[in-house]
Design a protein around this ligand. Structure first.
Ligand code: FES
Length: 112
């Protein structure tokens, strides 16, 4: 999935403990930054396939250590996407990685 220049600029502007959401090729993406590392997941909770977060809210728990779903508070490891607490324990978010090829940026699915 190729990112637009605007989406790349938004990602590059992310600060620690911030996130943003955007849609690319009809896929809703949640991008977040923790410990100076960016992570990308499909913005879809495996519990009821609802959006983990929306544009106007952060996607973290109170300690900013875990991703937390806005509906029933399932919590996910930000590095792996694995659910560590809540109604979808044992399931995982669909992860993507950002790659650059010849000056263009893409999100590719990962094998997490
Ligand atoms: S929809 Fe995410 S925890 Fe229920």
């Amino acid at each position: 999935m190729q990112l637009s220049a605007h989406q790349v600029a938004q990602i590059q502007a992310l600060k620690n403990e911030q996130n943003l959401t955007f849609t690319i090729d009809n896929t809703h993406i949640l991008a977040l930054k923790l410990d100076n590392q960016c992570y990308f997941y499909e913005n879809l909770c495996p519990h009821l396939n609802k959006r983990l977060a929306n544009d106007s809210m952060h996607c973290f728990d109170d300690s900013f250590c875990l991703i937390e779903c806005q509906f029933h508070s399932a919590q996910f490891n930000p590095a792996s996407g694995a659910c560590v607490s809540g109604p979808c324990l044992g399931e995982s978010l669909k992860a993507y990685k950002l790659t650059e090829q010849q000056g263009l940026f893409y999100l590719l699915t990962t094998s997490f």
